[in-house]
Design a protein. Structure first.
Length: 346
């Protein structure tokens, strides 16, 4: 990140392989992300991010002096990024020049999602929505309630993102990891059978092989094999969750329930690994979709089932991020930091 800048309107972008979402942040506002400024565009419709941004400025009628781009890829020296399944080549300096901006900063999309919780609450809005919904009986923790707090942020989507949110006084930092690729630890008899099936298919089995979109398909296929059932060829994660919801496919329902339980185990292991006793934020595109199973299933039981640490784990809150724009909200939090402020709300 650059040296501290004066507060100014900031273009935000949340860039994935299929879509790019834009918004405008005003770092000095109580709600820095201007909700009416949010727009979504299809990557395939534009030759570059610059072209899409120009169309956005035209459609939204907003202006900006700088930009923060949250991209689903590894940022190389803060200057370039290659997004998975996205043809655009992105250079921060070139984009700033093309859009006549003071600067453009590239950040990892999961770093932005981790920062997003700084601006979220569990309060219900006028339209009945909540940014954060508790999973289990414990209340959503208050960010900044203590001088030192450590949280896990974990999110299943196309892959499995894992990070840490560290608060030390007025300093906030995000710990980016590749924890999704840590080895899967089987805890039950069913886990062991699933591991055997996937080990034959993949060799080493990571958490991401089970806890992500394709991971749900892997679970469904493994459970069918274990049960002596023939899986539907080419089934999608969306079809599995729909059939589980409609109660039209017992194997799909079992796959979703198993997903929720293993997700709880993984999240609990991450708390132990990072010492994140202050709580866990569940993010990613799959969390809002699977929330009913996460809330009613074995997520909390397996989260807490950590042997000698069960009593401690029972006191660690878990909450789901339900706001549909965590990438943009996280970008807005970073815009506040860039402008010399702090997104902490004490």
């Amino acid at each position: 990140m650059a040296n501290v800048s004066a507060k100014a309107p900031t273009l935000l972008a949340d860039l994935g392989g299929t879509n790019v979402r834009f918004g405008i942040a005003h770092p000095d506002e109580d709600q820095p992300l201007i909700q009416e400024s949010v727009r979504k565009y299809h990557v395939k419709d534009y030759a570059s991010l610059g072209d899409a941004a120009k169309q956005y400025f035209k459609d939204a009628g907003h202006e900006a002096q700088r930009a923060i781009i949250a991209a689903a890829g590894r940022i190389d020296n803060g200057e370039t990024v290659k997004v998975t399944n996205n043809p655009w080549a992105i250079s921060a300096k070139s984009l700033a020049k093309e859009l006549d901006l003071e600067w453009v900063h590239l950040v990892n999309d999961f770093a932005a999602q981790s920062m997003a919780v700084m601006l979220m609450t569990d309060q219900t809005t006028a339209d009945g929505h909540q940014d954060l919904v508790p999973v289990g009986k414990l209340a959503v923790p208050k960010i900044g309630a203590k001088d030192e707090q450590t949280f896990v942020v974990v999110g299943p989507g196309t892959g499995l993102g894992v990070g840490g949110l560290l608060i030390r006084g007025d300093k906030v930092s995000v710990l980016q990891t590749e924890g999704g690729h840590a080895g899967f630890a089987a805890h039950s008899a069913e886990d062991i059978e699933i591991l055997k099936v996937l080990n034959l298919r993949y060799g080493r089995v990571s958490n991401e092989r089970l806890i992500c979109g394709q991971g749900l398909v892997n679970l469904y296929e493994a459970i069918c094999e274990i049960s002596g059932q023939k899986p539907q060829e080419g089934i999608t994660p969306e079809e599995i969750t729909k059939r589980a919801t409609d109660e039209t496919c017992p194997m799909c329902a079992r796959a979703v329930e198993t997903f929720a339980g293993i997700f709880g185990s993984v999240a609990g292991d991450l708390v132990l690994t990072l010492g994140a006793w202050d709580g866990v934020y569940l993010t990613g595109g799959m969390t809002p979709i699977l929330l009913p199973w996460i809330q009613k299933g074995n997520f909390r039981e397996r989260f807490e089932a950590k042997g000698r640490f069960r009593d401690t784990m029972e006191q660690v809150p878990t909450q789901a991020i339900m706001n549909p724009e965590p990438g943009l909200i996280g970008g807005a939090a970073l815009a506040i930091v860039e402008a010399g402020g702090t997104p902490l709300r004490r």
